[in-house]
Design a protein around this ligand. Structure first.
Ligand code: C5P
Length: 229
């Protein structure tokens, strides 16, 4: 399948407190976004990479990936993650058959994960990286105390990449109104609401989103000592 990868990298990274867009914060010697761009570049299935960056940050983004990945387009992102996906989607060539959407904030993605997910997409409209929830779950009340224990059976934490047949994700975004692009936190949720079957794919190795300084240190250790595949 002719495959494109979208990397959404337009977030501010305020929670990380680095004073620069999170995607450009260095991890194990490279800007965070570069790890994802490299993984897609090395995956044989991926023909085209599109990156959504903070508006006005196109040159910095181009510098970050130069020499590491062949990038088709760098586009200004939007005011929400899903608006950034929509902007990148518009720059994906018409003839691709599969589109993967990935957070720049997940630098532990591997080419092998991309290959496995594209293979599963041959038999399904959508496949997302996700991991079964390991902790016991509590719901809190308004005071921040435990209100209830939630049964974790069948619960998964959604990650990225999220892979779709091209016509599926294009149809979903063509149908979405602005408020949905402001409120939805992933593409799969938008697809599910329209009845699309979404498969779960456990990467089997760390694929967490870098959100806090502690996450950054952990990613630094894992990437610096060689990725677990
Ligand atoms: O903020 P959060 O970490 O959940 O964002 C997930 C991903 O979406 C990040 O890679 C971030 O750069 C991206 N994003 C974006 N445009 C926004 C907000 C977030 O591309 N307006």
């Amino acid at each position: 399948m002719r495959t494109a990868a979208i990397i959404v990298a337009a977030g501010s990274g305020d929670r990380l407190g680095a004073g620069m867009p999170k995607a450009l914060v260095r991890v194990a010697g490279l800007p965070m976004v570069t790890w994802s761009a490299r993984a897609f570049d090395e995956a044989p299935e991926v023909e085209c990479i599109v990156i959504a960056c903070p508006p006005g940050g196109e040159d910095d983004m181009a510098d970050a990936v130069a020499g590491h990945a062949d990038v088709h387009a760098i586009v200004p992102g939007g005011s929400s993650r899903q608006r950034s996906v929509a902007a990148a989607l518009a720059a994906v060539p018409d003839d691709v058959e599969a589109i993967l959407v990935h957070d720049a904030a997940r630098p532990l993605i591997t080419p092998a994960l991309v290959t496995r997910m594209v293979a599963r997409l041959r038999g399904a409209p959508a496949v997302i990286a996700a991991a079964p929830v390991a902790d016991t779950l509590k719901r809190s009340d308004a005071r921040g105390n435990v209100e209830a224990t939630v049964d974790r059976a069948g619960l998964w934490g959604a990650q990225t990449p999220q892979a779709f047949r091209a016509e599926v994700i294009r149809g979903v975004f063509a149908d979405a109104a602005g408020d949905e692009l402001d409120s939805a936190t992933d593409c799969a949720g938008m697809a599910e609401r329209r009845g699309v079957e979404v498969l779960l794919h456990d990467p089997g190795s760390p694929n967490f989103k870098v959100t806090t300084p502690a996450d950054l240190r952990l990613a630094e250790v894992l990437l610096g000592t060689g990725r677990i595949t």
